[in-house]
Design a binder for this molecule. Sequence first.
Ligand code: AHR
Length: 330
Amino acid sequence: MSKNKRGLRGLAATAAFGVMALGLSACGGGDAGDGGDDTTTVGFVAVGPEGAWREANEQNIQDTFTEEAGYDLKYAPATNLDQKSQIDAFTSFVDEGVDVILLSATESTGWEDSLKRAQEAEIPVILLDRGIEPDDTDLYVTRIAPDNLEVSESVANWAVGAFADGAKYFVLEGPAGVSVVNERNEGWDKVMGGNAAFTKVGAQTANWSTDEAKSVMETALKANKNDIQLVFAQNDEMGLGAVQAVEDAGLKPGEDVRIATIDGTKGALEALAAAQLSFVAEYNPLFGETAMEVVEKVLDGEDVEPYIIVPSETFDSPEAAEAALPERKF
Ligand code: AHR
C-alpha cells in the first residue's frame, strides 16, 4: 500500500481530505499496508511547453522530486495544451494509485469529476500555479502559487505612479479560460477600474505568445492611430512582442509607449535593463521545495493552508534589472 494511504489513515488532518480521512480512520481503515516501500509516487499533470516561465517551473518541480529525495515523479505534460490529455493523464494516475497528484490545469473548468475520483481513491491533489473554477476547496488539498491579484495590482499601482496625468492603455491577455488570466484582470481592474484618468482602449488574448502579441499590438496601434501610452502584458513573452510592434510603428518603447509585464524571466529583465520594458512584476516559478514540503505534510496527515502564496518581487528600473540579472535562474 502506498505511503499516503498509510499517512492519511494514520493521522487524519488535511482540510478536505481531513474529512474523508476521518471517515476512513473512523472505520478503522481496512488493510494494514506493506510498510516496505518508502518511495512516494507523484503524478504531475503538467502544462508542458508554453514559454520561459513554464519551462522554469516544470523543470524546477522535476529537479526537486528526485529519486534521491525518495520520489518517483511521473511527469505528464499536456499534448498541445489540450485539457483532454490532462484529464486522461489524471485518470491513469488515479487508476495507478499514485500517492499524490500535482495539477497545473490548462483550463480552469471541467475538473470536478476527476477531483472527485481522486478523493474516492484517497489521493490528495495539490494545484500548482493554476486554480480551478468553481474554486471548490473541498475537492483539492491546497493551491501553491504566487498571488496573481497582488502581482497584477502591483503593475497597476506602478502605472498610476508612472502616469501622473493618466494614459490610454491596452491589455494583452493570456488564453481565455485560464484562472490566472481572470485573476490578473481582477487585480488590475481593482486599481484601474475606478481611475478616470486611465482609458482602456482595448484588450485581447495573445496566448502568452510573442508573435501573436506583436500582431495584436500592430492592429491596436493602427486602430488607435498610435494613441496608446501604456501596455499591460499579462506575461513577459507578450510584452516583448509589444516592444517589437511599438518599434515597427516608429515609436520608442519606454518613452512613447511604456510596457509592463508579469513573470520576471531573464528575457524580460534584459529588456527592462535596456529600457524597452518599463516595469516587470515577478511571478516566481521556483516553488518545487515548497511543493515537496507540502506533499510531506499532507502525506503525514498534517493540515496545510488552502492557498500557499509563493513570494514574488517587482522590478521598476533598468538598474533593478541589471542588479538581478547575474543571479537570475529563470
Ligand atoms: O500560469 C502562469 C502563466 O503561464 C505565466 O505567467 C505564463 O508565462 C505561463 O505560460
